[in-house]
Design a protein around this ligand. Structure first.
Ligand SMILES: [Zn+2]
Length: 106
């Protein structure tokens, strides 16, 4: 039997706000974010996987997954998360770890 996740946590992105940014709107259109979310929802329902949307103010990207500090000056161009505690990690991986703990934090 194939293993499946018991839970999927997705970030709530401010897509409407992001569409106002000319550079971001093209990328969002190409990545079909709405359609992606719709399909994830559908698959979760089909396979009995819990689907959670993290609050859009949850600082998944800005929070250090090691010490919990919030990096206020994180820029979109920063692809590596670097914390004062010495923790250094790929930005998206850091955000994913924070999202995986979302339920525990809220
Ligand atoms: Zn840290």
């Amino acid at each position: 039997m194939k293993t499946k996740p018991y839970r999927i946590v997705m970030e709530t992105l401010n897509i409407k706000g992001m569409m106002k940014n000319k550079h971001l709107s093209d990328a969002i259109r190409k990545q079909k974010l709405y359609e992606f979310k719709r399909q994830i929802r559908y698959k979760c329902k089909k396979y009995g996987i819990e689907f959670i949307e993290a609050d859009k103010w949850y600082p998944s990207s800005k929070m250090c997954s090691s010490c919990g500090a919030i990096k206020k000056d994180l820029r979109l161009s920063d692809r590596t998360y670097q914390c004062e505690c010495g923790h250094e990690m790929d930005r998206d991986l850091n955000a994913s770890i924070n999202l995986s703990r979302y339920e525990l934090a809220n």
